[in-house]
Design a protein around this ligand. Sequence first.
Ligand SMILES: [Zn+2]
Length: 181
Amino acid sequence: MERDNQYIIPLDGLEEREYSFTFKADDAFFQSYESGEIKGGEVDVKVTLLKKKTSMLLNFDLSGTVKLTCDRCLELYEQPIAISDEILVNYGDETNFDTNSDAVTLSRDANSIDVSSFIYEYSHFALPIAHYHPDDADGNPTCNAKMIELIDKYKVEETEKTEDAIDPRWEALRELKNNNN
Ligand SMILES: [Zn+2]
């Protein structure tokens, strides 16, 4: 799958020392992934690459905001994130970033490394467990009040529907009981 990718670090000619790169993960970046909780954002990414003889150490520093769906009112809100983490890249027979360990493998033949999947994953690691609009200075939620009203109304209707649905069964039971008597 070929796509225009601006999250590539060229490796040709790198000496055994430290290099710095900066990237921006924006709406287009996050929206290029179909799944994922992040719907957009504006995240500054600083990558420090320490080149060694048989490996590389990549340090990622992410800070900015991402767009998440609020669990309370279902509208998008901006969540600040900040995370710093590093990953060891070993050279091997073939590239394999599919790992949950602290190290991944890059093909010995590779003349560049695509860091987009790391940026994407670290952005998700940085998310809080609960996704809510922040409170304002007075401690009031900044959620869309109209949406919450609608959601509450829908919830009440759902509950009523459920109760209605139970009624015929009770009715049926009552009839059964009456017939047996
Ligand atoms: Zn909200």
